[in-house]
Structure formats: structure tokens, C-alpha cells
Design a protein around this ligand. Structure first.
Ligand code: G6Q
Length: 548
């Protein structure tokens, strides 16, 4: 049994600060955002903060100054400051994997010193960045050619999870800045359709594969990498071609060499970079090939600006801290189990998918760092689509459904593709949606429009739906870096308060192990003895019969 008298060992839900928030929830539940805004004409400007080129308006959350005060007290009680310092110092805060968590070192300028076990890692980071820069310049400039001397026009990133979602999101987000005479594609799924459809119109002689895998043992990635090698050799007919058409990004040089990739063509990173926190490491090689080294470094500077802000800004103005605390408030106290991420920018179409991994793989945990089952909710479900598309599908449920859904709206003031007044229309929709969600439309207002009585309940909007709005001037590499770091640190804040390990992923590891066993059973030439449950046994047998 836990000693509940000691604050160190006290469960989160037993802490006085948590209990105060639970009591405070009763007061908030009776308040409507309409009243909160009416009572304070400056609320919209007051409950906002700005850093690293991003403006966060959190005034449309169901909070008062007292809510914020209590949330900040909770952060203090959970010793968040110590946790932040421990991460940036390189302590092994990923306790279940006994690893440091230092994605911040990936974007530190050369003048910083960040030590892991006494060794300054910043020079290593910059050495890899410099190698990436040189390689990217050669490929983009046409100096690095394929085996038959043809220029590389296509880059295919093969990886999955953290070795895919960051690269594909960043490429799509920064496509505007990309080298347009090159094609970039991303193959992740072990479903052969993914590889086949992505290479069908490409010339092997003009195609470079980046095999991205931290461990270099992931089934999907190695299977696709082998398919890529076979495809390449079918087209070019010479083993030597592998050296010109394959590069690897990994922490595992032995496995890279075993696969047949020359270690001169390997870009490394380190065990203190988690997969879902790796898009600005060498895992981002495809991003650098697409947008060039200068833009890539501008992206790193955006990450760094948000890192510095997170470390040093007062808590009342600290964007990642506020975003994280509000996520806890909505999730644990207002029973809003999901967050809809709604970028009003077509370039951010893969951002919700990227965030799903970042948030849900990090904070989808049910035990504390000490291994105790939690008695509160942890990671909310993140999902979303770009606006305005979402408005014509699931927004109905956000406006008038029975569940409370928190929303993060993301938009930019300047269009990258100005087309008539389309950007104004896009942004008008963003502002209108967050306004409608917050304020709704009362029955009185609906009636006053002359609505027949029987339709009034259907056309009434309760409002009081919480949302954040994140506004940037323009979607640039720097802004993207800041935006990603904002969410990374918000996830950290949530995990630190829930007292969970946000940096392991045992659920993913289980999947990797189980699939290997089942794959062997499926492909076995003789009928295997199946020792699963009766459902799984029957499904495997049925599949084996039909695939014949
Ligand atoms: C991310 C996870 C996971 C991982 C993939 C790919 O944080 O660890 O999504 O990125 O399973 O792993 P490899 O890069 O080792 O192939």
C-alpha cells in the first residue's frame, strides 16, 4: 500500500491541488462562456500568450482565473520545474527504458553544451547535420547520381511510426519550400500496395531510397526495404547499384551493414531520441532533401525558440505549459476525452496523424512511473482533419452532439498560395467555428429568426464548447518547428503531471513481437500447431486455406 501521508508518494488524485480542481469543476460547470466573456470584455486578449512566432488564444476554454491558478498550483505540487530541468539536463527520465530524453539537443545551437553520461552530444548532432547538409546538396544539385549516371529525381522514405509520420508530415507541411523537380514519397505499410503504388511510375535509375529505422529490425520497414532492393536490382541489374540508390538512417550500424548498405551512406542518431521525437534528427533527411539545408536549419531554429521559451518563460505566459494544463483540465475535470486538431491549412493535412502518434503513444499509459495503476484519466484521444473539410462532416457532432470535445484550431494570417479572397474565406471559417462552438445560439435567438417552434430545439446550439486557437503569421519552416515543439512540450507537461513515462511504448513493442510469431505460422509449409485462443486459431486457419 502507498503511504498517502507522504507528499512524495501521494497519488495524483489524492493531492489537495487535484481535489481543489475537482471541487472547482462544480463552479465552472454552472458557467457559460457567454457569461465569462460578458463579465470580462478583455478576456479574449488577456487569456492569450505568444512565443516563437505563435499566438495562443485560450480564452474560449471553460476556465476562470481561479482555474488557471489551481492548475498552476498543481504543476508546482507535481514539481514540474524539476521535471523540465531533468529532461533538459539529460537525466534518464525515460525510466522504463533507462534512457535520457534529449530531442532538445537535436536543435541546440553549436554553442550549447548538453551532456549524456558526461559526454557533450551537441558536437555529434552538428556533425550529423553537416553530413546531411553535404549529402543533400549533392543530391539536390545533381552531383550525386544513380548507378547508371542519371540524376536522382525521386526520393522514397521507407520507415514506419516515428520513422515515417514526422518525415511525411514535415514534407507535406513544407512542400511550398520544396525542390519542385523532385518527387518525394513515403512508404510505411507492410501491405504491398503501399510500395507497389508508390513506385509504379518511377524509374529505378532515378530513385533514391532512404531506409529509416532507429532499430533497423522493424518488420514492415525491412520487408519494404528488401522489396525496394529487389525492384531496384530488377531495373538496374547490378548489386553495385545498392550503394548509389540506398542510404540508411539508424542507430544500429551492425544491422545496416548486414542489410548491405555501405556505412558511408548511413546517417546516425542516438538512443536518447525517441522515434516520435525524431523528425529533426537524421530521420528528417527526406525533409532536408526536399527543402534544402537552410530551410531545415530554419525549422530547427523554430524548435529551439520554443524550447527556450518553455524552459524560461514565466508559467502564466508559457505556451506549452498552458496547452498541457488545459488538456488536463478538459480531459480529467470536464470529461472531454478527445481533442480535435483542426488545421486551417491544407499543407498541414498530415499534422493530425503526426500528433496522434506524438500524443497517444506518449501518454497512452495506465501505470505511473512507480508501476501503480492510475485512478484518473491519462492521454486524451487526438484526431482531426484540415478545415474547412471537417466542417462538412464531423463538426456536426462537435456542435450539437452529446459529448464535449475540445478543439485546437490552427491557422496562419498569410496565404502561401494567394488565390482571390480564398485565404480570407478560409480564416473566416476558422474564426466563425470557434465562435459558434463557444457561444452557440440560444432558443430565443433561433425563434427570433422566425424558426417554426417544432424546429427550434434542432436549430439551437448550446455552445460552451472549449477550444484553443493557435495563430501564426505564415507557415514557414521556423513556424513548423515551433508548432511541433509546442505540442511536444505540452505532451511532456501532461505526462509529468500524470506521473507516467511519456517516452516508452511497450504497446508498440508487443505488436512487433506478436506479429513475428504469427507470420511464421501463416507461412509454414506444414499445418502449424496453433496455440492461440479459439478465435485467433480459427482466423489463421481460414486465412491459410483461402490464401492457397
Ligand atoms: C516511436 C515508436 C515507434 C517507432 C516505429 C519504428 O516513438 O518507437 O513508432 O518509431 O516502431 O521503429 P524503428 O524506427 O526502429 O523502425
Amino acid at each position: 500500500m502507498r503511504d498517502s501521508a507522504s507528499p512524495e508518494r501521494q497519488s495524483l488524485s489524492e493531492r489537495p491541488q487535484w481535489r481543489s480542481l475537482a471541487r472547482h469543476r462544480g463552479q465552472i460547470e454552472r458557467l457559460h462562456l457567454r457569461e465569462l466573456f460578458a463579465a470580462d470584455p478583455s478576456r479574449g486578449e488577456r487569456l492569450a500568450a505568444e512565443a516563437a512566432g505563435l499566438y495562443l488564444d485560450y480564452s474560449k476554454n471553460r476556465i476562470t482565473d481561479e482555474t488557471l491558478r489551481l492548475l498552476l498550483e498543481l504543476a508546482e505540487a507535481c514539481r514540474l520545474r524539476d521535471r523540465i530541468d531533468a529532461m533538459f539536463r539529460g537525466d534518464r527520465i525515460n525510466t522504463t527504458e533507462r534512457r535520457a530524453v534529449l530531442h532538445a539537443a537535436l536543435r541546440a545551437p553549436p554553442s550549447e553544451r548538453i551532456a549524456v553520461d558526461g559526454r557533450d552530444v551537441v558536437p555529434d548532432v552538428h556533425a550529423v547535420l553537416d553530413r546531411m547538409t553535404a549529402f543533400a546538396a549533392r543530391v539536390r544539385g545533381g552531383e550525386w547520381t544513380g548507378h547508371s549516371g542519371r540524376r536522382i529525381r525521386n526520393v522514397i522514405n521507407i520507415g514506419i511510426g516515428g520513422s515515417d509520420l514526422g518525415p511525411v508530415m514535415a514534407y507535406e507541411a513544407l512542400r511550398h519550400y520544396s525542390q519542385r523537380d523532385m518527387t518525394f514519397r513515403f512508404v510505411s505499410n507492410v501491405d504491398g500496395t503501399d510500395f507497389s503504388e508508390n513506385v509504379r511510375d518511377l524509374e529505378p535509375g532515378e530513385t533514391l531510397f532512404i531506409i529509416c529505422s532507429k532499430t533497423f529490425t522493424t518488420l514492415e520497414t525491412l520487408t519494404n526495404a528488401r522489396a525496394a532492393r529487389a525492384w531496384c536490382l530488377r531495373g538496374l541489374g547490378d548489386e553495385k547499384a545498392v550503394a548509389r540508390h540506398f542510404v540508411a538512417v539508424s542507430t544500429n550500424a551492425d544491422e545496416v551493414a548486414k542489410f548491405g548498405i555501405d556505412l558511408d551512406n548511413m546517417f546516425g542518431f542516438w538512443d536518447w531520441v525517441g522515434g516520435r521525437y525524431s523528425m529533426e534528427s537524421a530521420i528528417g533527411l527526406s525533409t532536408m532533401l526536399a527543402i534544402g539545408a537552410e530551410n531545415f536549419r530554419a525549422m530547427l531554429s523554430g524548435f529551439y525558440a520554443m524550447d527556450e521559451h518553455f524552459r524560461s518563460a514565466p508559467w502564466t505566459h508559457n505556451l506549452p505549459l498552458l496547452l498541457g494544463l488545459l488538456a488536463i483540465w478538459n480531459n480529467d475535470f470536464l470529461d472531454a476525452p478527445t481533442v480535435a486538431v483542426l488545421p486551417y491549412d491544407q499543407y498541414l493535412k498530415r499534422f493530425p496523424a503526426y500528433l496522434q502518434q506524438l500524443t497517444m503513444e506518449s501518454n497512452g499509459k495506465h501505470v505511473t512511473l512507480d508501476g501503480e495503476r492510475v485512478d484518473y484519466q491519462t492521454g486524451p484521444i487526438y484526431w482531426g482533419e484540415p478545415g474547412t473539410n471537417g466542417q462538412h462532416s464531423f463538426f456536426q457532432l462537435i456542435h450539437q452532439g452529446t459529448r464535449l470535445i475540445a478543439c485546437d484550431f490552427i491557422g496562419f494570417c498569410q496565404a502561401l498560395n494567394p488565390l482571390g479572397d480564398q485565404h480570407d474565406l478560409l480564416m473566416a471559417n476558422l474564426f466563425a467555428q470557434s465562435e459558434a462552438l463557444a457561444f452557440g445560439k440560444t432558443a430565443g435567438e433561433v425563434k427570433a429568426e422566425g424558426t417554426p417552434d417544432d424546429l427550434v430545439p434542432h436549430r439551437t446550439f448550446e455552445g460552451n464548447r472549449p477550444s484553443n486557437t493557435i495563430l501564426g503569421e505564415r507557415l514557414t519552416p521556423h513556424t513548423l518547428g515551433a508548432l511541433v515543439a509546442l505540442y511536444e512540450h505540452s505532451v511532456f507537461v501532461q505526462g509529468a503531471i500524470w506521473n507516467i513515462d511519456s517516452f516508452d511504448q511497450w504497446g508498440v513493442e508487443l505488436g512487433k513481437a506478436l506479429a513475428k510469431r504469427t507470420a511464421a505460422e501463416i507461412s509454414s509449409a506444414i499445418d502449424p500447431v496453433l496455440a492461440h485462443d479459439s478465435s485467433t486459431n480459427a482466423l489463421i486457419r481460414r486465412y491459410r486455406n483461402l490464401r492457397k
